[in-house]
Structures are given as structure tokens and as C-alpha cells.
Design a protein around this ligand. Structure first.
Ligand SMILES: Nc1ncnc2c1ncn2[C@@H]1O[C@H](COP(=O)(O)OP(=O)(O)OP(=O)(O)O)[C@@H](O)[C@H]1O
Ligand SMILES: [Mg+2]
Length: 235
């Protein structure tokens, strides 16, 4: 569904992502795990089209994203939760969640909103509140709800559990578990797997812009097709 191949991204004179390849298949939750400054946000912003790669391809379904104009991309069903929450302070929680409805046009937005409120009843309880009157952790939940409004096919989450109280981080893990059960595809950037442990179907590690797939201990055969005993599982 989403596939990045040999992606090279430069910011100014520096190469930030180097020959990066990763993919998210339909219904999968995939981790992009790396330390501060490794290039996670740069990868997500490149998928969103905020940064143009110097070379490489990003395909989503049948679209070559790097060649798809912004107004078409917005209709592809990709939702983005940035690492800073970027809520509009003058708007209520619900107005923030509905931003994409007005800018892109989502015909079934009422059904989607009801679905999001089922996943996150605590956000529905805050719907009339000004975005600035709620806690930083609650704002993260609202940013997740806003991303879900547009992201009916794929969600890109940038450190959803970063900087919030442990109880809220656990709540976000539970919401992600429910989302996964509903078949939402997710690429989640985190500095470690503490909060997404056990949820991930695949994991890519990014180190100073170099991306490699790491075998997960909690899933089946490894991505290279090697069974634990060394036999290939490929047919
Ligand atoms: N606008 C920019 N101008 C200059 N350098 C940048 C810019 N954005 C990112 N970088 C550099 O690119 C590298 C990767 O940054 P990026 O934000 O993608 O990392 P990250 O993995 O998301 O880190 P963090 O965990 O801190 O969010 C860093 O060295 C950073 O300093
Ligand atoms: Mg980042």
C-alpha cells in the first residue's frame, strides 16, 4: 500500500535520509524507530509532501506520491499526526477535528466523526472546549482524532506517546490496539518500542538517516524469510 524505495532527502547541505526503503501493507502497523535526530519526522514529512526527496519513490496504492499534486494527495486518505500538536487555539476541540472536512471535503464526515468518538469517548466529552483549555496529553488525543478524520486508509503518527503522562500513553496504546482491530494501516514513528511493543507487525530502524528492517521477537517468520532454525519460509 505505502512503499518508499531508495529515498534520499536533503535539508540544506545535509543528507538526512539515505537510500531509505520501507513499506506499510494494508492493515499493518509498522514502526519507524530511531533516536532523536535520526530522521523520523523528515520521513513522515516527505510522505506528506512537505519535503521533496532528491531521489527515490514513494508509492501509495497506485499513486506515485512525489508526483501527485497536494490537492490530490489530500484526498488519498492519508492522515498525519505531527509531533507538535498544532491545534488551532481559537477553535474548539471538534472544530479542530473537522478542519480537514472543510478544507478537503469528506462526504461521510458525520459517520467518521461518530466512529472516532466511539474509539475515543474522552475526546467527545471535550468537544465543545477551546483547544487551548485542555491538557497537553488531551491535545495529543485530539491531534490523533483529527488525523483519523482524513486518514481513513493510512495514518502517519509522529511520536504519539512522547512527553505525556504514562496513564495517557497507555490509553493511546489501547486506542491504537482498537484502531488496528478495525483495520487502519499505521506508520508510527517512536524513539523506542516501549508504547507500541506487541502492536507492531513490522519494524524499521532508522539510524542517522539509514533505514533497515529489524525482526520482531513477537511475530512470526522474519522479513527475510528465515525461520528461527535458518530454513527459508519463502515458497
Ligand atoms: N528544517 C531543518 N533545518 C535543518 N536541519 C533540519 C531541519 N529539520 C530536520 N533537520 C535535521 O535533520 C535531522 C533529522 O531530523 P528529524 O526531525 O527528521 O529527526 P527525528 O528522528 O524526527 O528526531 P526527534 O526524535 O528529535 O523528533 C536532524 O539532524 C535535524 O537537525
Ligand atoms: Mg521527530
Amino acid at each position: 500500500m505505502l512503499k518508499a524505495s531508495m529515498l534520499n532527502v536533503e535539508i540544506g547541505p545535509a543528507t538526512i535520509v539515505r537510500d531509505g526503503s520501507f513499506e506499510v501493507k494494508t492493515g499493518q502497523m509498522v514502526g519507524l524507530i530511531g533516536a532523536n535526530g535520526a530522521g523520523k519526522t523528515t520521513c513522515l514529512r516527505t510522505i506528506m509532501g512537505f519535503i521533496s526527496p532528491v531521489s527515490g519513490q514513494i508509492t501509495f496504492d497506485h499513486f506515485e506520491l512525489t508526483k501527485t499534486p497536494a490537492h490530490q494527495r489530500a484526498k488519498l486518505g492519508i492522515g498525519y499526526m505531527p509531533e507538535d500538536r498544532r491545534l488551532v487555539p481559537s477553535q474548539t476541540v471538534e472544530e479542530n477535528i473537522l478542519t480537514s472536512v472543510w478544507s478537503v471535503g469528506i462526504p461521510d464526515w458525520q459517520d467518521r466523526l461518530a466512529w472516532i468518538y466511539r474509539l475515543m469517548p474522552e475526546v467527545e466529552a471535550l468537544r465543545e472546549r477551546p483547544a487551548t483549555s485542555i491538557s497537553g496529553g488531551q491535545q495529543k488525543l485530539v491531534a490523533l482524532a483529527r488525523a483519523l478524520m482524513l486518514g481513513n486508509k493510512l495514518l502517519l503518527l509522529d511520536e504519539p506517546s512522547e512527553g505525556i503522562a504514562p496513564v495517557l500513553a497507555r490509553r493511546i496504546s489501547d486506542i491504537l490496539t482498537d484502531m488496528k482491530a478495525e483495520g487502519v494501516s499505521v506508520l508510527i514513528a517512536e524513539s523506542n518500542t516501549q508504547h507500541c511493543d506487541g502492536l507492531l507487525d513490522r519494524m524499521f530502524v532508522i539510524e542517522r538517516g539509514a533505514i533497515s528492517e529489524k525482526r520482531l521477537s513477537w511475530t512470526g517468520p522474519d522479513p527475510l524469510g528465515q525461520e528461527p532454525d535458518g530454513h527459508s519460509s519463502r515458497v
